[in-house]
Write a protein that binds this ligand. Sequence first.
Ligand code: SF4
Length: 395
Amino acid sequence: MVTGLGFGLEMGKERKKAIVSIVRGQDMKDKVDRALNLIGGMGKVVKKGDKVLLKPNLVDGAPAETGETTHPELIRAVAEQAFLAGAKEVYVGEGESYDGPRAALYKLIEKTVAPIGAKVINFNDEPFLEIPISNPVYFDKVRLAKAVLECDVLVNLPTLKTHGRVGITVSIKNYYGAIPREDKGKYHRLDRVEEAIVDLNLARKSDLTVVDGTYSTIHWGPREEFPETHRLDLVIAGFDPVAVDTVSAKVIGVEPRTLRFLAWAEKRGLGIAQLEDIEVRGLSIEEAFRRATTTAIEYDNLRHRHIRLIDCGACTGCSGRIAALVFGLKDEEMKEDVYVYMGPQAKPHKGPGKVFLCGRCAAPTFYNELEGTYIPGCPVNLERLEKELRALGAS
Ligand code: SF4
């Protein structure tokens, strides 16, 4: 178990449990209705006359059957519920260009929601607004789509995916589609994507999340190179985006305690990241569970012959960042096999090869039986690791 991430409450304080529903089925409308009923219904957040914004994950532009994008039928089913609860206007909004590979998907969504009176909007048609953030993880101001900031009710409609850099992309990460393109590049360049997604949620917390868990996939690298998709037929819903991400992570086999952004989000009051404080209704996590989706570490190991990443319970400060570094490296020319250990349960390496022990959790001083080159830091010093790997022939 990773320690020091700041999960949990101060001693003696009690809090209300978050409620998250999980349902399985073939009929999308039935599934969405049941998931919403189990948490108390759309009427808990939508009032008569409200302007409601639905924020699906469409950025990739691939068909929903890949697991990358939110299914048009789920968007429609949620829009119907919003109108039933009294919404005056319902918009479906997403960023990026609406032409090129995304055109077909956007047209399909327009066609699907138009008959019930919902409208599709492009966040890029209006200027993004800058918001100051108090008590940020890192960014004291962020930019978000005007429609996200000006709606009465924000309903987040993400998909259920593992993610190379931040572990999972479900509710909290879905805000990445509501920011200017140059900010996405900036957060990546600064190596602060996890920090940014929490700060974006602090600018405007979503009121409801309905996860399209029809499929799960991995969002990492070129889809044609690794087109993994699994059918789960789930919908996961809740008013607390942190609790929804916590449950979603467990459902696809990712340990929530390894996701730094969840700890940071919980600490700043965005929601609950501890399973014992979440009431799961409908299916249990065990009933919904499918260890189906490849993680970034596993993906990197499939792509490399000489670099082997060994995740021993590391949080994303090491696992996501090391995975992202190694993803960009070629190892064909390496003369020696390299084993990169990370996490607090690192075991002594047996057999030949060069060993790196990464991050404070894997420090050999904590476990004097571990042997290898120690790369310090919490999170691990990536520049040091990259230098070592390049010196061994990685390019
Ligand atoms: S050393 Fe790495 S795995 Fe351990 S807590 Fe720090 S960032 Fe996480």
